[in-house]
Design a protein around this ligand. Structure first.
Ligand code: NMX
Ligand code: MLT
Length: 399
């Protein structure tokens, strides 16, 4: 169904062919425009995800006071019920972090205002109201659930409580165990740029599809997170870092373009994709890759792994182009994110997609509020059998 226009999605839009940034617009604003216009924690710093949330949900650029009000509102909603941790604890620590995240979200579902209101016979014109409450509650509780999973798996279960003086992204980084100012800036940028990518990507589309059955926001979001856990979608961020580490382990980091090209050919010959390259819609370098590259040039220009990512940017596209079938040979968002995270000490690749999942809640849940407000119908495309297609073709051939 690539290229088939079939759904409404207000919060963001991709333009496949737009040269360099924009490529994506959040409510009409490109990433550089969001960086310039949305309030930041510090002068000239990265935009606060709370501002993105306001922009995505309302279509308007918020003031700093409005963003601060969102931070406070999210904090006031952020209490995670104890049974959520019990559900996660019932899984072995070896369960993939994305499995633990979905289990945590499903456990949070007991708090759904929408499910409760629907049961009591809510008028359909009011559906958006409990959807809004669920969306805000879920967004506010995800960081603690996600941080719990990280500390449980990788840090022996020692937790870092929330810091009420920090904004959403910085507090998330803090609960994960990262206190570095620049890591906090990275987390603000990371959550903002991963928040939304129009409606047809697997995670967003799944949230919309499941939500169209009037499944509540928790059920819908958990479904989307399962889609994000696929290696051709969000899981690619863990695959990229693993692949780069394999490259380094096998041929070292001080490599010539020719050596790197040989490794890329080897990956392709073994029937695998080069993770972090290609896109189903974009036809140029992903603008989210570009802004992460700019962040790296500013904060870690000499990191050997960043240098490797830069070399791959040169080496991979011509090889994929020469293969003749890849529609977009350029890097996507996942080609860069892992290298930034590992630089600041978040080295556990299997966890990376959880960060993507927390960020994605801002966009897909903003849109779900609008789905309910607009009374969008249940999604139900028509399917066909092979026989149906065969008969259709025969009838056209003989016509
Ligand atoms: N390496 C090798 N082959 C590729 C790649 C790649 N990076 N990208 C596309 N192809 C192949 C693709 O598998 C298909 O082969 P075949 O005909 O044998 O099935 C052919 O090229 C045509 O595919 P496209 O139409 O260019 O891409 P499509 O829209 O089907 O898929 C992706 C888009 C993103 C799934 C694909 O480019 C890919 O698998 N990339 C690597 C995984 C990745 O980085 N995913 C993350 C996407 C971003 N995200 O966060 O979700
Ligand atoms: C996304 O952010 O969802 C990915 O780039 C995948 C997509 O847009 O298809």
């Amino acid at each position: 169904m690539r290229g088939i226009k079939g759904m409404l999605w207000e919060t963001s839009l991709l333009d496949p062919d737009e040269a360099r940034p924009p490529g994506i617009r959040f409510r009409g604003l490109s990433i550089p425009e969001c960086q310039a216009k949305l309030p930041a924690a510090k002068k000239g710093g990265e935009p606060l995800p709370e501002g993105f949330l306001w922009l995505l949900a309302t279509g308007e650029v918020p003031t700093k006071e409005q963003v601060d009000a969102v931070t406070a509102d999210l904090q006031s909603r952020s209490k995670v019920p104890g049974h959520v941790f019990d559900v996660i604890n019932a899984l072995p620590k070896t369960a993939h972090p994305m499995t633990q995240l979905t289990a945590g979200i499903m456990a949070l579902q007991t708090q759904s205002e929408f499910a409760k209101a629907y049961e009591t016979g809510l008028n359909k014109t009011k559906y958006w109201e409990p959807t809004y409450e669920d969306a805000m509650n879920l967004i506010s509780r995800l960081p603690e659930v996600a941080a719990y999973i990280y500390r449980r798996i990788y840090k022996g279960g020692e937790l870092h409580g929330a810091d009420p003086n920090l904004d959403y992204a910085a507090n998330f980084a803090h609960m994960l165990g990262f206190q570095d100012d620049i890591m906090h800036e990275l987390m603000r940028l990371y959550i903002s740029i991963h928040s939304d990518h129009e409606g047809g990507n697997v995670s967003a589309h799944t949230v919309h599809l499941v939500g169209s059955a009037l499944s509540d926001p928790y059920l819908s979001f958990a479904a989307g997170i399962n889609g994000l856990a696929g290696p051709l979608h969000g899981l690619a961020n863990q695959e990229v870092l693993r692949w780069i580490q394999e490259v380094v382990a096998e041929i070292g980091s001080d490599v010539t373009p020719e050596q790197l090209a040989d490794y890329v050919h080897k990956t392709l010959k073994s029937g695998k994709v080069v993770p972090g390259f290609g896109h189903a819609v974009l036809r140029k370098t992903d603008p989210r890759y570009i802004c992460q590259r700019e962040f790296a040039l500013k904060h870690l220009p000499n990191d050997p792994m960043f240098k490797m990512v830069s070399k791959l940017y040169e080496v991979v596209p011509p090889i994929l182009l020469a293969g003749g079938k890849v529609k977009n040979p350029y890097p996507n968002v996942d080609a860069h994110s892992g290298v930034l995270l590992q630089y600041f000490g978040l080295t556990e690749q299997n966890y990376y997609t959880v960060l993507f999942g927390v960020a994605r809640s801002l966009g897909v849940l903003s849109q779900l509020i609008w789905d309910r407000a607009l009374g969008l119908p249940i999604e139900r495309p028509k399917s066909m059998t092979f026989e149906y297609i065969e008969n259709y073709c025969k009838s056209k051939a003989t016509a």
